[in-house]
Design a protein around this ligand. Structure first.
Ligand SMILES: C[S@@+](CC[C@H](N)C(=O)[O-])C[C@H]1O[C@@H](n2cnc3c(N)ncnc32)[C@H](O)[C@@H]1O
Length: 220
């Protein structure tokens, strides 16, 4: 699948897939979007000092990088699992500019995430354990009641509708602990109805710059 490097409105990189006419992040700002949706409305809302996070769509690793940085700031221990069926090439990873934006001191952690073996848990630093799984979410057997937080960062429903259907969302529900939360940039009506039908409490929240709304789902 062909991918092109792009710069978004806040100066941070993203990748664009011409075949799908779809970006990895918002054109309005990749870094801003990730901070708003996943860190501020996801990670920062969890009270526990030990947090397990599952990411649907590891991609460039931006969300994992920001989460590892935040784990140090919050002085919390995070176990992070990201699934990715179609890994980004090492060449594209070397071209994205996240480290320039977040600080050189995070370069080694980011490199370790990308250079680690698939399906092998590693310790990035004493606050952050990391596993990336090379598998399609459709085939992944998610551990039951394991995660406090899910970053649901699939391509949008227009580009990849199947990711937002009940069968995948049911898996996310199964993987969450009771009271655990799923956050995503998406606010599509059908997606929110699907969450509700699975027993999530659906909480619409203001979106990142350029987007009216995002969604938080709480497992009840
Ligand atoms: C919106 S992008 C993720 C962006 C990523 N979180 C980041 O910060 O770069 C969606 C990701 O889902 C991955 N993906 C697509 N279909 C998938 C599937 N069936 N199972 C697992 N991952 C999939 C894509 O390859 C892509 O990396």
């Amino acid at each position: 699948m062909k991918r092109e490097l792009k710069i978004t409105a806040d100066g941070s990189s993203t990748l664009y897939i011409p075949e799908m006419d779809e970006n990895y992040h918002s054109d309005h700002g990749a870094l801003q979007e990730a901070m708003h949706v996943f860190i501020e409305n996801g990670l920062n809302t969890i009270e526990s000092d030990q947090i397990s996070v599952f990411e649907m769509g590891f991609g460039t690793g931006l969300n994992a990088l920001l989460t590892s940085i935040q784990s140090k700031k919050l002085q919390k221990h995070i176990s992070y699992v990201g699934i990715e069926a179609f890994p980004v090439s090492a060449e594209h990873i070397s071209e994205i500019n996240y480290i320039e934006l977040v600080g050189e001191e995070h370069a080694v952690d980011f490199q370790q995430m990308h250079q680690s073996n698939w399906n092998e848990k590693i310790t990035i630093n004493h606050n952050f354990d990391f596993t990336k799984i090379h598998e399609k979410i459709e085939d992944y057997s998610i551990p039951k009641n394991e995660f406090d937080l899910i970053y649901f960062d699939a391509f949008g429903p227009r580009a990849q509708a199947s990711m937002w259907e009940i069968s995948i969302l049911e898996k996310m529900h199964k993987g969450l602990k009771l009271g655990g939360i799923l956050v995503t940039y998406c606010a599509q009506g059908q997606f929110k109805r699907n969450l509700k039908s699975l027993g999530f409490e659906v909480i619409p929240l203001p979106g990142p710059p350029g987007k009216r709304e995002m969604t938080k789902g709480v497992k009840k």
